[in-house]
Design a protein around this ligand. Structure first.
Ligand code: EPU
Length: 306
């Protein structure tokens, strides 16, 4: 099978991660997913390019990695020896007045904007969160008392042969994880979201409040958000606070530094490599384990060779 013309060779991955590190992908495709609701309660339009990219990877026996906004991904310095498919959506959220359908490629910020514009509640907690809807489902993104799955009614995904629609249920999601993290062969295509009217003013106030809280406690420098999950009970203290309590803010390895604003954010000070971050993560984990006997688990997703 010939390489479809929308698939690039040797594409640098650093430009597709908010952290700005990583080697090259052997194959890379930017795919506009363009999902729409059909008139029998399903979806249509899972882009032809996505199917072609999938067939190409299968034909060449390549690993495939689906990328959203790259806001939770640490790409290895040795790159990815398969096909990276970056999903985006140029046509925006599909809001009919009765339903909200958002493709995996939709930016989360578009949902926040839609909520503000129409006075719909449920998306305020996402204000200021980078990344796409697909990524937010995959990792069940959460902050300020909310988690993404609270907003989800139905998820549409592709298993390599068929498109399925499944109602969201508690066994599909838990803290910072989802069915899709456990079964990476399933490609998230779209979600139908819960629609709750509240009023423009209240939604605007709540959104502003979240933005204010975020900017007061989280760094603006390049990062992938929180590196570690918070430890499970009985521990009552978050990973950031544990790291901070050991005086590790501003500790660095090469160009990677533990943020001065928050102990669970590690930032790229300009010229970091993935291996700087791996070493810094190892150092923080070892120090927390030594002091508290807690082994922190990573929330970020490592992709490719390190
Ligand atoms: N704190 C410190 N030092 C620090 C960091 C935090 O003392 O270096 C204290 C704070 O002052 C606060 C408490 O620890 O009293 C909790 O901090 P924060 O509100 O920042 O919450 P967190 O548990 O550290 C979680 C999520 C964040 C999310 C915030 C806000 C995880 C792993 N992290 O952080 O999510 O934005 O709550 O709701 O669950 C992410 O997942 O990428 C992420 C950033």
């Amino acid at each position: 099978m010939q390489i479809p013309d929308f698939i690039q060779r040797n594409e640098p991955l650093a430009r597709y991660s908010t952290l700005g590190v990583g080697g090259k992908a052997d194959y890379f495709a930017n795919v506009d997913i363009g999902i729409r609701e059909n008139n029998i309660g399903g979806i249509c339009g899972a882009s032809q390019q996505l199917l072609e990219a999938y067939d190409f990877a299968r034909d060449k026996d390549l690993d495939i990695f689906i990328l959203g906004g790259g806001s939770n991904i640490l790409f290895g310095d040795l790159g990815f020896g398969g096909l990276v498919v970056r999903l985006r959506d140029d046509s925006g959220v599909n809001f009919s007045g009765r339903n909200i359908l958002a493709s995996a490629g939709t930016m989360v910020s578009e949902l926040v904007q839609l909520g503000r514009h129409h006075g719909l509640t449920g998306f305020e907690f996402l204000a200021g969160l980078p990344g796409t809807v697909g990524g937010a489902i995959y990792g069940n993104a959460g902050c300020y008392g909310g988690q993404f799955w609270d907003t989800v009614e139905r998820v549409y995904f592709f298993d390599g042969e068929y498109i399925h629609g499944q109602d969201a249920s508690p066994d599909m999601f838990s803290y910072r994880t989802s069915l899709f993290k456990q079964r990476p062969n399933l490609i998230i295509l779209a979600v139908q979201l819960k629609l709750k009217l509240l009023g423009k003013n209240v939604v605007a106030i709540r959104t502003r409040d979240v933005l204010r809280r975020r900017s007061g406690s989280q760094p603006k420098a390049r990062s992938v958000g929180c590196i570690f999950k918070n430890p499970p009970p009985p521990c009552k203290v978050g990973a950031g606070r544990l790291i901070d309590s050991l005086g590790l803010r501003t500790v660095r390895v090469g160009g990677a530094m533990i943020s001065k604003e928050h102990g669970n954010f590690f930032v790229n000070t300009g010229d970091a490599t993935a291996s700087d971050f791996i070493d810094l993560i190892g150092e923080a984990r070892a120090r927390v384990h030594g002091a508290f006997g807690i082994m922190l688990e990573e929330e970020i997703i490592r992709v490719g060779g390190f």
